[in-house]
Write a protein that binds this ligand. Structure first.
Ligand code: HEC
Length: 135
């Protein structure tokens, strides 16, 4: 094998080994996102971990905060919400808690209003509504 053939062979091999799997991997990610499948790191999940996870356990987010109630138990005691009405109900409950805070005298601790607002609050409420009760 002369030197030129060797270099070309090397380039082809690099294409097969590195570029194609990378391309396929990237493409998979796009397809999953386009279908709206919640991949491992949805924005809502990350936002929940950052803003809520210190105080709340939620199985789907992998958080185990115990200052506030476990949200799997609090929001979907019978398991994940199955129908749209139930998901909307949880969404509303989360948004209300975020906007007004929560200070139930029967529950230890209180949650101040406005920990997150606007689209961040919406993203988190969507994520929680879709996933509460999976743990
Ligand atoms: C500083 C700790 C803390 C943080 C951060 C926090 N919470 Fe809370 N949360 C609490 C406590 C404590 C309660 C219980 C308050 C009560 O019911 O009186 C609570 C209650 C709740 C409730 C139940 C309200 C109800 O309907 O009774 C929801 C839903 C909730 N939190 C969602 C969230 C979300 C979503 C986030 C992130 C944006 C978040 N919390 C961040 C402490 C926290």
């Amino acid at each position: 094998m002369n030197k030129k053939t060797f270099v070309i062979f090397g380039l082809v091999l690099a294409l097969l080994v590195v570029v194609i799997p990378y391309w396929a991997f990237e493409r998979d990610g796009d397809v999953a996102n386009n279908r709206g499948i919640s991949s491992e790191s949805t924005p809502g999940k990350e936002l929940f971990q950052t803003n809520c996870g210190n105080c709340h356990a939620l199985y789907a987010a992998g958080t185990d905060g115990d200052f506030g109630p476990n949200l799997d138990q609090k929001l979907a005691p019978a398991g994940p919400a199955a129908d749209k009405a139930a998901i909307d109900g949880i969404h509303t409950q989360v948004m209300t808690a975020l906007e007004e805070g929560a200070d139930d005298p029967n529950v230890p601790g209180r949650m101040p209003p406005g920990i997150v607002t606007g689209t961040v609050a919406e993203e988190i409420a969507d994520f929680v509504a879709q996933n509460a009760g999976k743990g």
